[in-house]
Design a protein around this ligand. Structure first.
Ligand SMILES: Nc1nc2c(ncn2[C@@H]2O[C@H](COP(=O)(O)OP(=O)(O)OP(=O)(O)O)[C@@H](O)[C@H]2O)c(=O)[nH]1
Length: 230
């Protein structure tokens, strides 16, 4: 198979406290819409969008997870197999900023070290900020992540978040030395369908996300983390 016939599919999880704008960000990016209404996410939600990076088609599968701790047991099952992460906090919510470390750990426990962007959302409300710019930069440095400031409401920088992550993952994909991140407990990420959190006993591909074939294309999927052609 020629390289140009391959399609890259990336699973991205969006995490952070409740109300920081995770669902809004995915809606904005995938549907181009924004609503002022707050509807708490129960468990997880999923949307996808296809983009082009350096002439390469990349399918982003965006997993919106509930911010409330009561859903932790459910949501962490969906982290598995993620290749990238958006960790969001809100400009107007100090707790959400202070919770960033613990969100990073939760994802790391399931996925190991994966490319992560720290997102400071709601910068349209900067006059009500409870986080000063230096603190946000220090946080990003401490977590070893890029910081991006967004306003989902005003559609500022939202696309940049996902383009940055996709470009990072593509670069990793092209560099086979950096092709596998073990989890901190030494286990390989378990096999998981990208469309369900359940483990697939049938799959032979441990550590891969198993995708349904794309009916409209003959292209195959290349998934990072295990980088196998399925
Ligand atoms: N001003 C402003 N409001 C925003 C922005 N992004 C989201 N919101 C609002 O913030 C509220 C919460 O947004 P959600 O997207 O539901 O938050 P969430 O992080 O998904 O919350 P959970 O589902 O509880 O985890 C909604 O009322 C949104 O309209 C933004 O950039 N600026």
């Amino acid at each position: 198979m020629r390289e140009e016939e391959l399609e890259v599919a990336l699973k991205v999880v969006i995490v952070g406290n409740g109300g920081v704008g995770k669902s809004s960000m995915i809606q904005r990016y995938c549907k181009g819409t924004f609503t002022k209404d707050y509807k708490k996410t129960i468990g997880v939600d999923f949307l996808e969008r296809q983009i082009e990076i350096d002439g390469e088609e990349v399918r982003l599968m965006l997993w919106d997870t509930a911010g409330q701790e009561e859903f932790d047991a459910i949501t962490k099952a969906y982290y598995r197999g993620a290749q990238a992460c958006v960790l969001a906090f809100s400009t107007t919510d100090r707790d959400s900023f202070e919770a960033a470390h613990s969100w990073k750990l939760k994802v790391e426990n399931e996925c190991g070290e994966i490319p992560t962007v720290i997102v400071q959302n709601k910068i349209d409300l900067i006059d009500q900020t409870v986080v000063n710019p230096e603190e946000a930069e220090l946080l990003a440095r401490a977590l070893g992540c890029r910081l991006l400031r967004t306003s989902v409401k005003e559609d500022i920088n939202v696309a940049a978040v996902f383009r940055h992550l996709a470009a990072r993952c593509l670069a990793d994909l092209r560099d086979p030395r950096d092709d596998y991140f073990p989890t901190p407990n030494g286990h390989q990420p378990v096999t998981i369908s990208a469309f369900s959190p359940s483990h697939s006993a049938k799959s032979q591909h441990n550590g891969t996300i198993v995708l349904r074939p794309n009916k409209h294309k003959k292209k195959k999927n290349v998934i990072k983390n295990a980088c196998r052609i399925l």
